[in-house]
Design a protein. Structure first.
Length: 184
């Protein structure tokens, strides 16, 4: 009897450690819900563990047309993709699909908005042509860290509860069967 209880406890702890570790999105640039007023040339997604090179990211505009991403690269836990030209004004949806280090496929979506003020081209006069050109300072956009709710954590908790219920049901049935055989 002690062996059976010991075996059930070992199985219980073995299954619970395997279920709880799923890969999830931790940082994205542009971030979820971000309102961007500058040119967007690339998308960067960072996950909490290593991802497979077969992982993909797609970007769709407001009319659900896919924006072509060139040169998608995966390096450890970061996936980067560049656009042929900067994104136009509008709302965009990002859809990502990865296979995490644990071998599970995981996917997610989020959206962001691009809204740049249209600058009119200045009229060039002869006086303006004679003035020297002063170089502009270039700003380097750094990714904004934003924690993204990982829906896979919720799903893994549900799986854990389901496994526990099944194990306890099996154990209860087994103990009931043993007690029934002893009474005969």
């Amino acid at each position: 009897m002690k062996r059976i209880i010991g075996a059930i406890l070992i199985l219980l702890f073995t299954f619970t450690t395997n279920v709880s570790a799923h890969t999830g999105l931790t940082i994205s640039s542009p971030a979820d819900g971000e309102y961007i007023t500058e040119d967007v040339y690339e998308i960067v997604l960072e996950f909490n563990s290593k991802i497979e090179s077969t992982s993909t990211v797609k970007v769709f505009d407001e009319s659900k047309e896919e924006i072509i991403i060139s040169n998608t690269q995966v390096s450890d836990n970061v996936m980067t993709g560049g656009f042929m030209s900067p994104l136009d004004n509008g709302a965009y949806t990002v859809e990502w699909k990865i296979i995490g280090a644990d071998g599970h496929p995981i996917q997610g979506t989020y959206s962001f908005m691009v809204s740049q003020d249209e600058l009119e081209e200045p009229v060039v006069t002869e006086e303006n042509q004679e003035t020297s050109v002063v170089p502009k300072e270039e700003s380097i956009e750094e990714p904004v860290e934003q924690s993204i709710e990982d829906s896979s954590k919720i799903a893994s908790n549900d799986v854990l509860v389901l496994i526990l219920v099944i194990l306890f049901t099996i154990a209860g049935g087994f103990f009931g069967w043993i007690l029934g055989r002893r009474q005969k």
